[in-house]
Unconditional design. Sequence first.
Length: 81
Amino acid sequence: MNTSDKATEFVVFCIENTAARLNISGAELFHELKTIDGIHSFLYPSYPALHTQSKEYIVDETLEYIRQKNPSLLNKFQQCL
């Protein structure tokens, strides 16, 4: 598996685990992240720094990115955080 494949696997991991924390589908979070360019501007570039961290840390960082770019999204799911 090359680095690009590993980064893509990491992005999927981030989306699915963050969606689980928010109690929404991965597809819904994927759509929201696309609207704030979170996939190509945050998740892929974060791979080198985050892929060795814990799942909880990675999810927290993803949520923080969303909070900074689209706080209203997280307000809808506040009870889950």
